[in-house]
Design a protein around this ligand. Structure first.
Ligand code: ADP
Ligand code: TRP
Length: 331
């Protein structure tokens, strides 16, 4: 049995990228491993959310975790800010992270490019906080999407540096995990790149989008002018539609559109209609459960409290060991 940790920032509702890149694997792993799944609310602070939106964000992600099938009885489901040992470990690990490597991190460079007016130190040290989230439970497996690969590599560097400095092997190396397969990258609807909350309006389909919103977004998805010869390679926007179909549609549906592409009879309008209906069908039961959970305030509160308690117990043990290893007077 391995120890597993993963989290999602509470900057909004979950989208299909979060589901297929991360949450789906959380659900698959929870029965077999010692799992800690959390809501990264401290990470979300880099964007300076308003207190009301901030609170709602955490609450919605917890509801969505539960509605997707995470079971608080078998995995530890918690909110990052309920575990004060995480920011303490983060402070300590800032001493083993070099400014140069943090500045070279691709996600940091992208944030600077997109938001030059808010390049705060929290953004720079984001990978250190993420490493602290993982190693506070001495986790070995981290189910995440492809975009998080570099952060995991940085976490391994910090851990190895710490172990080497203190001459021990206290922390195991955490690795990104997808059951031996390549990490997932769910494409967005804008024709290029990944589905993401901050990739622009209409690029992401959220688990709580109403059917008519899903239909509208999918019908607006970028395509091309169509194949001009049989068995032509697909352009990126079209490949993206097929990739999305692969996640939510039945095999024979996908095959019929593959055939239509190959013999140049494909009609993107029909394909998008089908894709939209398949997404609507996929999210319907999740939305049903979201409604039930959202109406049970007591269950939600108890779940969050229970998860926080379990996470603090595990975190306190690691932090005590680390304080001893470092040599604090009162470890
Ligand atoms: P976003 O990128 O929308 O801000 P997060 O950064 O909070 O979402 O991502 C949370 C988790 O979801 C991470 O494990 C991340 O790898 C995964 N994820 C997000 N978007 C995608 C995507 N398009 N494809 C695959 N996984 C994704
Ligand atoms: N950085 C991750 C993201 O944006 C979220 C995250 C924070 C995370 N801490 C983590 C993921 C620890 C896995 C493990 O998607």
């Amino acid at each position: 049995m391995e120890t597993v940790v993963s989290g999602i920032r509470s900057t909004g509702n979950l989208h299909l990228g979060n589901y297929f890149g991360a949450v789906k694997n959380f659900i698959k792993m929870q029965k077999e491993h010692n799992c800690f799944f959390f809501i990264a609310d401290m990470h979300a602070l880099t964007t300076h959310p308003k207190p009301g939106d901030f609170k709602n964000g955490v609450r919605s992600v917890m509801i969505e975790y539960l509605a997707c099938g995470l079971d608080p009885e078998i995995s530890t489901l918690f909110v990052q800010s309920d575990v004060p040992q995480i920011p303490e470990l983060y402070l300590l690990f800032n001493m083993y992270a070099y400014v140069g490597e943090l500045e070279r991190c691709a996600s940091f460079k992208e944030k600077i490019r997109k938001h030059p007016d808010n390049v705060n130190a929290g953004l720079l040290t984001y990978p250190v906080l993420m490493a602290a989230d993982i190693i506070i439970h001495r986790a070995t497996k981290v189910p995440v999407g492809k975009d998080q690969e570099q952060h995991l590599e940085m976490a391994r560097n910090f851990v190895n540096r710490f172990n080497h400095l203190y001459g021990n092997d206290y922390f195991p190396e955490p690795t990104a995990f997808n059951f031996g397969e390549a990490l997932v990258k769910v494409p967005g609807l804008d024709g290029t790149g990944k589905m993401g909350k901050s990739e622009g309006e209409g690029n992401a389909v959220f688990l709580n989008d109403a059917p008519e919103v899903i239909r509208k977004k999918v019908m607006r998805a970028v395509t091309d002018s169509g194949p001009s010869a049989a068995n032509q390679p697909k352009t990126e926007p079209v490949q993206n539609l097929f990739s999305l179909m692969n996640l939510v549609s039945k095999k024979d549906t996908i095959q019929s559109f593959e055939d239509a592409w190959n013999n140049c009879t494909i009609r993107y309008g029909d394909m998008k209609k089908q894709l939209a209906e398949d997404i609507v069908t996929f999210v319907a039961p999740i939305q049903e459960r979201m409604k039930e959970i959202a109406s049970d305030e007591k269950y939600l509160k108890n779940t969050i409290e229970m998860g926080g308690e379990k996470a603090r117990i595990s975190a306190a043990k690691t932090l005590k060991d680390v304080r001893e290893i470092i040599g604090f007077l009162n470890a």
